[in-house]
Design a binder for this molecule. Structure first.
Ligand SMILES: Cc1cc2nc3c(=O)[nH]c(=O)nc-3n(C[C@H](O)[C@H](O)[C@H](O)COP(=O)(O)OP(=O)(O)OC[C@H]3O[C@@H](n4cnc5c(N)ncnc54)[C@H](O)[C@@H]3O)c2cc1C
Length: 257
């Protein structure tokens, strides 16, 4: 694990959708699917990003353009440098021999992409607001898509689509990452069908190595004990799907159910 940022050269950039770019860099760190790195842009900030491609000597992050930091990353060109430290966190515990379903919402697919690469014969559900936000279509052509506006695939949410699939299929395990409200509903649905879940939480993070307490969820540090949690662990984490900690350190209601 690297605790001080190391400067790496961006060796390739792939536009996954109008809002998402993937930045490839030379790497020989041992990443487990679901782990993340802290990316540093000198004089600006440092933010967490999951590893979305793991290849021999090369890794990548896929970045959704949102605010100041991700806009700055999107301006980077091949040959530019960025600082990285990590890998951090507990990734997915991948079990072979099961019949799994992957459920990704929006940029949450970045965290699941290396799970898909590692497991044979997975069912994949990707949801987005509209067709232009779908990513990795060429990488995973077998994905079942859904959109809020119906511009591609099933019209509805990933939870609606998973519910449809469960009418005719069974799964032994669901791996999910996306907005917390979506994941909360996926976990509830899976509970009713007695399906085990592995959930990657995305909480506001500052240090990335368990010191600051910013990403706490019911006493669990998402950066150390997570970001991946099992449904059994989440059932003991009352804040999951309900309470978050804002950048200011204040506790706030995440969603009203
Ligand atoms: C474990 C983990 C893995 C992540 N992986 C990815 C990824 O693969 N691709 C990706 O595009 N995004 C990922 N994110 C979210 C990413 O860190 C934020 O989108 C990014 O920091 C936004 O910064 P900004 O300045 O562009 O936007 P801002 O305007 O500062 O924020 C936009 C939104 O991004 C989120 N955010 C901002 N800062 C942080 C932070 N320090 N920690 C967590 N969330 C933050 C908040 O929800 C905020 O509302 C991940 C977050 C976590 C915790």
């Amino acid at each position: 694990m690297v605790e001080q940022p190391t400067m790496v050269k961006i060796c390739d950039i792939l536009e996954e959708s109008p809002g998402v770019k993937t930045f490839f860099f030379q790497n020989n760190l041992p990443f487990v699917p679901g782990q993340f790195i802290m990316v540093w842009i000198p004089t600006l900030d440092e933010k967490p990003f999951t590893i979305s491609y793991i290849q021999k000597d090369i890794a990548a992050i896929s970045v959704l353009k949102r605010g100041e930091f991700t806009h700055a990353l999107h301006k980077k060109r091949t040959g530019d440098l960025m600082g990285i430290r990590g890998p951090y966190g507990r990734g997915f515990d991948l079990q072979t021999g099961l019949n799994p379903c992957i459920v990704g919402g929006g940029i949450g697919m970045a965290s699941l992409a290396t799970v898909i690469d590692s497991l044979p014969d997975v069912t994949i559900v990707q949801g987005a607001r509209s067709a232009s936000e779908i990513i990795y279509q060429k990488r995973f052509p077998m994905m079942k898509l859904c959109t809020d506006d119906g511009s591609i695939g099933f019209k509805g949410t990933t939870v609606d689509l998973l519910k449809e699939l469960l009418k005719t299929q069974t799964f032994d395990k669901v791996y999910t990452c996306g907005p917390e409200r979506m994941m909360y509903k996926v976990v509830e649905l899976c509970k009713n069908h007695e399906i085990d879940c592995a959930v990657s939480l995305d909480r506001y993070m500052k240090c990335g190595f368990g010191v600051c307490g910013q990403c706490d969820c019911s006493g669990q540090r998402v950066c150390i004990e997570g970001p991946v949690f099992t449904s059994a662990e989440l059932s003991r984490m009352e804040d999951f799907g309900k309470i978050t900690i804002l950048k200011t350190g204040e506790r706030a209601i995440l969603y009203k159910h």
